[in-house]
Design a protein around this ligand. Structure first.
Ligand code: ZN
Length: 252
């Protein structure tokens, strides 16, 4: 059963998950750094959200459902702004347990906490130009999944990505880019090559290829792969429309 206590490799993890959801019985071990020695609050429930049963342990499917519901609110203009209060800040000061890791582009139009209508302590967010991956990024995602037990990893690209457009134009024309932009372009070369033979919009095809290739890289990560195989973590690609605000989750 995904996300069940039996799947968890460490005895403390069920308590951490209860802490995330903020049931009245939450007695989590604080998670990060100096917070490890601090006492956890008894509840971090948000009145803006539907109530969560005590002891409920979210799995990948529940985390995905909450992101989908938040995005639906964003698209419809019916935001709840959950977990954006002083009470929430205080509640998670001693420890955190986000429900998902979102790896997305730096684009100013694609802020994960807003497009999924979530708040403080809900998401790990990793952002690079066109969600280009490297060892540091992969280590950050590993941290979220292994140490903080986030059950869902979302690799989110988006419509009209400027970094992908730059890479496509540079590689199409054989031109050069300055300084460290070379690394961004080279990181996008595999997606560019994968998308080049396809009909249609080359930039959009490259965005989709970059999402797919990056999600595959994360699924094959030596630390994440056993978690994925054990159904404790799910890695999904997603495409964000800057026109509609809608996030489409892609088949894995
Ligand atoms: Zn972008």
């Amino acid at each position: 059963m995904p996300g069940s206590a039996a799947d968890l490799p460490r005895a403390a993890r069920p308590a951490r998950r209860r802490f995330l959801l903020g049931g009245a019985s939450a007695l989590a071990a604080p998670l990060l750094g100096a917070a490890r020695a601090s006492a956890a609050p008894s509840s971090i429930a948000d009145p803006a959200l539907p109530p969560v049963p005590d002891g409920f342990t979210p799995g990948p499917d529940e985390a995905l459902r909450w992101l989908v519901e938040g995005n639906e609110r964003w698209v419809a203009g019916e935001l709840l702004h959950p977990h954006q209060t002083v009470a929430r800040r205080r509640a998670v000061a001693a420890g955190q347990h986000p429900l998902a890791t979102v790896f997305s582009c730096i684009d100013s139009r694609v802020p994960p906490e807003i497009v999924f209508d979530r708040g403080v302590g809900d998401l790990f967010v990793v952002r690079t130009a066109a969600q280009t991956n490297n060892g540091l990024v992969q280590g950050a995602v590993e941290y979220g999944a292994e140490e903080a037990v986030t059950p869902l990893v979302v690799v989110m690209g988006h419509q009209r990505c400027g970094a992908v457009t730059l890479a496509v134009e540079t590689l199409n024309n054989g031109t050069e880019v300055p300084a460290h932009l070379v690394e961004v372009v080279e990181a996008l070369r595999p997606a560019y090559e994968a998308a080049r033979p396809l009909p249609g919009d080359q930039v959009d095809n490259t965005v989709h290829a970059q999402i797919r290739l990056t999600a595959d890289q994360l699924r094959e990560d030596p630390l994440l792969a056993p978690l994925v195989a054990g159904h404790r973590v799910r890695v999904l690609g997603a495409y964000y429309s800057v026109d509609s605000g809608c996030v489409d989750f892609l088949p894995s």
